[in-house]
Structure formats: structure tokens, C-alpha cells
Design a protein around this ligand. Structure first.
Ligand code: HEC
Length: 440
């Protein structure tokens, strides 16, 4: 029987390294002595909560005005104190800490909110209130505005699907043709349920790409993934000079997972694709890969904790773009480490409080996205908690195995990998050195 190691202990080395790096640059605290809503808290909520907490959006209540916020003070305190809100489960003491899409509160922001609630939720002077943020009316395409477009270049939809009010989970695997007639390089992708109501039944959506390259079917399995979407996820923006390739006749095979929501809802999923201009070919091709801790079999006993680990060798030099842990209701924690060909181990990311509702993709910032030489082993460790201590656990007395259904378990990371040839890899390493060198 395998001993359960505490992930914190396993990555102690990484913690020490991180602490060294950050202590010298730690800024003085900017937590106000007597925070008020209008002056100190409203700007934080605008920046970090309103994206989801505004009228007619995905969250259960709006947090725009003092009147709206006041009744939720106690609940906000609890969720902010244990870092459940905003949803961001990265351990702040392990591995890489710079992300492109970090929506978490800084330590100062978090302390400001807590201090404000603990000192009686004072409203403050209305004159201090920042101007309101204007949000788009509908759910919008995130990247369209960024690219100066109204809509994505191509929108591909899955077939409409009706989920009954009560019923077993269902999967829709029907394919859709892309309609692409010439090779096109993709620079951004978004997937979303077509309606706000659809978000209530759509657990995740994966688009597998099926196409021929050089007269042969694209290699199946890992490389064939195009895009994966789950609740709370926005989209995928490729790094400069990086893209995904669509070939003429390309077809998307869907894997859309629907769950009951207590009322009958018909929905579908739409994928917005943004192309590089014709003739502009990015240097690097990126692929979303399933990197397993376990695949096909798991053995999780009732009322116990379990650990699974998997080792995947990189077939070429690579840049790791992003990481997303995938587990189900009993998922507790996941650690991704890189073991170099010379044996050094580095913790890349550790999610210490996995929450099934929030399948966040953590996108590494440009100057920290790991550059790993050919032959590096990606080690993925997953912990599952099949005890009553895990809040989302539907029944700790059940044995649980590997499988698709929400009540089964899974244990893998989705990792966006860009493979890079030797010469270019040296160039990338040089660029990185220049980027991270201390300024004179
Ligand atoms: C990415 C979207 C998103 C962001 C950003 C976000 N929330 Fe939430 N929040 C939700 C959703 C969805 C729920 C309901 C599901 C859940 O509890 O996970 C929720 C639930 C909550 C709850 C629990 C409500 C209850 O029923 O008791 C509180 C409190 C909360 N959020 C506060 C905040 C605060 C404060 C912020 C910003 C500092 C924030 N949230 C940022 C989406 C978000």
C-alpha cells in the first residue's frame, strides 16, 4: 500500500526557492487603516468580482452597490478568507506564481476586504465611489473586441440538445464540419453555451479535431484535442507566433457533458475561432495534451484518501503554456512537476483545494512559461478525498473507479504544449534570459 505524502512536504524545496525570490521584492503593505466600501472596497469588487457578480450573469447575486453587497457581508467574509472567491485554486507558496489570467485577490486586497467587514462594514463617503464599470448586455465574445472585430472569424456549433429536468448525465458526441477550405492558422478560440440558461446544464465541452495532414489522418489520441471548455473558463489566446492549424475538410467531434438542472433546458455549444491573417504563418504549433496521473483505471476505497501519479516524457524541447487540473467531485489536489533529464525536479504548479465547479485554466505569463528540454518528464500527482470531509462528495461509502460520469473519478491535467526544435529552443532560452535579467 502506498503511503500518502503531504504535497506541501513534497514541494518543500520549491517553497524555499519561492520565498527567497519574493522576500527581497516584498512591497510595504497597502491595507488602509480604516477601509470603507466607497473608497477601498468598491474598486476591488469592480476589478475582481463584477465580471461574474452583476445582474443577469452567472453568479447568484450582484455585488455592484453597497445595498447589494451589505446583506452578503458574512458570506463574503467566509469565501474571501478561505480564498474560495474569486475562484482561483493555485497554492500561493508552490511553483510558478505569474499568470496571464490571474483573477485572485492580492494579499493586500484580501486583507482590506476582511478588515472592512470586521470593522462593521462602513459605507464611507459616497463622493469616494469610483465611476461604475459598464459591462456588455449579452454574454459577448471575449476576444472579438480585443482584435477589433464584431465576431470571431468562424463560429462552429454543436447540435441542439435537450436535457430533461431530472435524468442521468448525458454526453453529446455528434460532429460538426468546420467548413474550412484551405489551411488556416488559429490565434484564439472561445467556447461557450449559446445561452445563459445553457450554462446551468453544460458541465464541460471538448472539441476534438479530426483532419487529414499530408494525406494521412492527424495522429489520434493526445494531439487531436482542439479545445476544452468547462464552467468558469473563458477562452484560449495563443502566444505571439504560436497557433493551431486547421486543414481543409477539418471536422470537430464534440464531447459535451450535460447535467440535470431541475428544469428542462435545450442548449448547444458554440465555438468562436479567430484566424491569423491569410499568409501569416506562426512559427510554433501548440497542442492541448491530456497528461495523466491516472487513465482508464482507478481504485478509490470508501472513506479514504488516495493518490495517483503519472509520468509523461516530452518527445521534444517544449514550452508549457498552461495547466488545468481535471478531476471530479472527490478531487482534492493536483501537483505538476518537471523532472529534467539530469534529474532535477521543479514544481510547476500545485492546486491545493480543487473545486469541481471551477475548472480554471492557469495560463503562465510570458517570462515564466516553463521551457523544458527534450526528455523532461512531466509528473502529475492527483489526490482524491473519498471521505465526508470533502464537501462535494456525494457518498463517502461508495467505492469509486475511473470513468466519465461525474460520480466516477478522473485524474489528469490538460496542458498546452508547444514543441520547439533545437535551434529555436536556444533562441527562446536566450530571450528568456534577457527577459528575466535584473535591470541595470
Ligand atoms: C469567475 C466568476 C466569479 C468571480 C470572479 C467571483 N465570483 Fe463569487 N461566485 C461565482 C459563482 C458562479 C458563485 C456560485 C457558485 C459557487 O458558490 O461557487 C459564486 C458565489 C459567491 C459567494 C457565495 C454566495 C452564497 O450563496 O453564499 C460569495 C460570497 C461570493 N461569490 C463572493 C465573491 C466576491 C467577494 C468576489 C470578488 C472578490 C467574487 N465572488 C468573484 C462567480 C464568481
Amino acid at each position: 500500500m502506498r503511503r500518502l505524502l503531504n504535497p506541501r512536504m513534497m514541494v518543500a524545496g520549491a517553497i524555499a526557492l519561492f520565498a527567497l525570490g519574493s522576500s527581497s521584492t516584498a512591497a510595504a503593505s497597502e491595507v488602509p487603516a480604516a477601509p470603507t466600501f466607497t473608497k477601498d472596497v468598491a474598486p476591488i469588487f469592480q476589478a475582481k468580482c463584477e465580471a461574474c457578480h452583476r445582474p443577469d450573469s452567472m453568479a447568484p447575486m450582484s455585488l455592484k452597490t453597497f445595498a447589494e453587497v451589505r446583506p452578503w457581508a458574512r458570506s463574503i467574509r467566509a469565501r474571501v478568507a478561505d480564498r474560495q472567491m474569486p475562484p482561483w485554486q493555485i497554492d500561493r507558496g508552490v511553483g510558478i506564481q505569474k499568470f496571464k489570467n490571474d483573477r485572485s485577490l492580492t494579499d493586500d486586497e484580501r486583507l482590506t476586504v476582511l478588515k472592512w467587514i470586521d470593522s462593521g462594514v462602513p459605507q464611507g463617503d459616497p463622493k469616494d465611489l469610483p465611476p461604475p464599470v459598464s459591462w456588455p448586455d449579452d454574454q459577448g465574445w471575449n476576444f472579438a473586441a480585443q482584435f477589433g472585430q464584431k465576431e470571431p472569424d468562424l463560429i462552429v456549433k454543436s447540435e441542439p440538445f435537450t436535457m430533461p429536468a431530472m435524468g442521468q448525465d448525458a454526453w453529446d458526441h455528434r460532429p460538426t464540419l468546420s467548413g474550412v477550405t484551405e489551411p488556416r492558422w488559429v490565434r484564439a478560440i472561445e467556447i461557450r453555451p449559446t445561452t445563459v440558461k445553457g450554462r446551468r446544464i453544460t458541465h464541460h465541452a471538448i472539441a476534438y479535431l479530426e483532419q487529414e495532414e499530408n494525406g494521412k489522418p492527424m495522429p489520434g489520441g493526445l494531439g487531436a484535442l482542439f479545445m476544452e471548455w468547462a464552467v468558469g473558463k473563458q477562452g484560449e489566446l495563443m502566444r505571439p507566433d504560436t497557433g493551431k492549424l486547421l486543414m481543409p475538410g477539418a471536422k470537430f467531434r464534440w464531447d459535451v457533458h450535460y447535467s440535470q438542472a431541475g428544469e428542462e433546458i435545450t442548449s448547444q455549444v458554440e465555438m468562436g475561432i479567430y484566424f491569423y491573417p491569410k499568409g501569416e504563418e506562426p512559427k510554433y504549433r501548440t497542442m492541448l495534451s491530456l497528461v495523466p496521473a491516472a487513465l482508464g483505471t482507478m481504485d478509490i476505497r470508501p472513506n479514504s484518501l488516495s493518490l495517483a501519479e503519472g509520468f509523461t516524457v516530452l518527445r521534444d524541447n517544449a514550452r508549457i503554456e498552461s495547466f488545468q487540473p481535471h478531476m471530479h467531485l472527490r478531487g482534492k489536489a493536483m501537483l505538476v512537476e518537471a523532472i529534467s533529464p539530469t534529474g532535477q525536479k521543479q514544481a510547476l504548479s500545485y492546486v491545493n483545494d480543487f473545486n469541481f465547479n471551477w475548472m480554471t485554466t492557469y495560463v503562465y505569463a510570458d517570462d515564466v512559461a516553463p521551457l523544458l528540454p527534450k526528455g523532461t518528464i512531466l509528473k502529475v500527482t492527483a489526490w482524491h478525498d473519498n471521505t465526508a470531509a470533502k464537501e462535494s462528495n456525494p457518498d463517502p461509502n461508495q467505492w469509486v473507479g475511473w470513468g466519465d460520469r461525474t460520480v466516477d473519478e478522473m485524474a489528469h491535467a490538460w496542458i498546452n504544449i508547444v514543441y520547439i526544435k533545437d535551434e529555436d529552443f536556444k533562441v527562446e532560452q536566450e530571450k528568456r534570459r534577457a527577459m528575466t535579467m535584473p535591470q541595470q
